[in-house]
Design a protein. Structure first.
Length: 481
């Protein structure tokens, strides 16, 4: 049937029909893999090749039969079909016939004289198409998750929720620790144009697998929006995870202020004197007045007392005490802001390793709550490292900040402002003292120049001009820090 249909169509339409036939062969191969429960991708790839060769040979023989007999009207009576079946049993004879056609110079097809080499190229192209798709589809089906306990394929469910886009760092963390899945996936509005999509492959037992795709929209060639998909993770095993509870948690709308306390809530009357002292700059007295309320039965009063003490100790540069109070406050209000304060005061107190652990926790909390721009988290930590003369330790976090501009790809002030990202010039000027203290001039120039391939034309011009100014004639001058 396929050979008869393709012989009646113009070549452009014939290409689509050939692709459809190839896809049909691929579906058959996939069905074989699913029914036989074959989990070896290599075997199914070879099986796909065998099916493709058989399918191509069958239609090729029938097409040659119709070409030679030139009697398609007898199809209903079965004459060409009988001839084709007989010819198929003689592969050597068919290839001799094909060789004669290929060397004949030209072939008449539906009253059209077609050069023989064109016909041969069509055969080869068709064969290549048939070889690729069934093999790929068979291999893909065999790679799907299989539940060995129940002896069945995992059930595929696309979570009906859009999540914030994930970056390469998120993928690395998730691959290392799949339990972070619910923390890293932040629900977005239903109509969000750019989002991450989660697909779960569920087993009858407790195991499940997750696949994640970033989907972004961009203007197409004709001005119409087009979708671009980027596969992030395929078949990540989620051992022992309650998938139903996970989906229920992910589908719940998140209130970014749920755990952040109420900034508009008036301070308790017992803490009013301590707050007044703090506002007047009497930090020692404010801390002492707030400490007197640590024994309150009201958790809100205890939290506010800890906050006043933490702020007062930070102002007094009693960093160990400040870190202690911020960490105690974190037990009452587990927010990204409080975790960031623990991280920065740890660094200021000389406990950099502890600060690194806390900044990771702050980042994880912020991924879930989105209470702060992520850049604010990294900038706060980099500032603390810079104040303590640890510029080289700040480099990994400076690279996170730099990566934000690389992924955005533009230095347009309007775009940056809308996304609460510092202007590009501010990023360059504020990071320059740290980068030049950590790297030599040549390394520093390369550090910034790595942004060039990611920026638009205006950004490249701006960065090149700044590099010439900062690392050109003035590169040998030591900046004031």
């Amino acid at each position: 049937m396929y050979a008869w249909v393709i012989s009646k169509l113009p070549i452009p339409l014939g290409v689509f029909v050939a692709f459809g036939y190839s896809a049909l062969l691929g579906l058959i191969v996939s069905a074989v893999a699913a029914g036989a429960k074959v989990r070896n991708p290599g075997w199914m790839s070879k099986t796909g090749v065998l099916f493709a060769l058989a399918g191509w040979y069958g239609q090729w023989v029938f097409w040659l039969t119709m070409l030679v007999t030139a009697n398609t009207g007898g199809l209903a009576a079965g004459d060409p079909l009988q001839v084709a079946i007989g010819a198929a049993s003689d592969p050597a004879g068919m290839f001799v016939l094909a060789s004669d056609i290929a060397t004949s110079g030209a072939v008449t097809i539906r009253k059209w004289v077609v050069p023989a080499f064109i016909v041969v190229l069509a055969w080869i192209g068709e064969l290549a198409m048939h070889l690729m798709l069934p093999s790929f589809m068979g291999r893909l089906r065999a790679m799907a998750p299989f539940c060995e306990t129940s002896g069945s394929w995992a059930r595929k469910d696309v979570v009906e929720c859009r999540f914030a886009l994930l970056g390469s760092e998120d993928v690395e963390r998730l691959t290392a620790d799949p339990t972070l899945l619910s923390a890293l996936l932040v629900p977005l509005a239903a109509g969000a144009p750019d989002y991450a999509e989660l697909t779960l492959h569920r087993c009858a037992a407790s195991d499940a697998y997750a696949s994640l795709v970033n989907i972004t929209s961009h203007p197409g060639d004709r001005g119409r929006p087009e979708k671009k998909q980027e596969l992030l993770i395929d078949y990540l095993r989620l051992p022992g995870m309650d998938v139903d509870a996970l989906v229920q948690e992910l589908m719940q709308p998140i209130d970014p202020t749920a755990q952040a306390g109420d900034p508009g809530r008036p301070v308790a009357p017992d803490l009013a004197p301590a707050l007044a002292l703090l506002q007047d700059g009497a930090l020692e007295q404010a801390c002492a007045a707030a400490e007197a309320q640590f024994g309150s039965d009201d958790p809100a009063v205890q939290a506010d007392a800890l906050r006043i003490c933490a702020l007062a100790c930070s102002g007094l540069e009693r960093w160990q005490d400040a870190c202690y109070h911020w960490q105690a406050l974190l037990d009452y209000e587990p927010t990204a802001h409080n975790a960031l304060q623990v991280a920065t005061t740890s660094v200021m107190a000389g406990a950099t390793a502890q600060g690194v652990e806390w900044i990771e926790q702050a980042a994880a909390l912020n991924l879930r709550s989105r209470e702060l721009p992520m850049l604010q988290v990294w900038i706060g930590f980099v500032t603390a490292l810079g104040r303590t003369g640890q510029e080289r330790a700040a480099l990994p976090y400076l690279e996170k900040i730099r990566q934000v501009y690389a992924e955005l790809g533009t230095t347009d002030a309007t775009v940056l402002y809308a996304q609460r990202i510092p202007f590009f010039g501010a990023f360059l000027d504020n990071t320059r003292p740290l980068v030049r203290a950590a790297l030599d001039d040549e390394q520093g120039r390369r550090w910034y120049a790595s942004l060039l391939p990611s920026l638009d034309d205006r950004g490249k011009q701006e960065l090149n001009a700044w590099l010439d100014e900062s690392f050109g004639d003035s590169a040998c001058q030591q900046p004031a820090v």
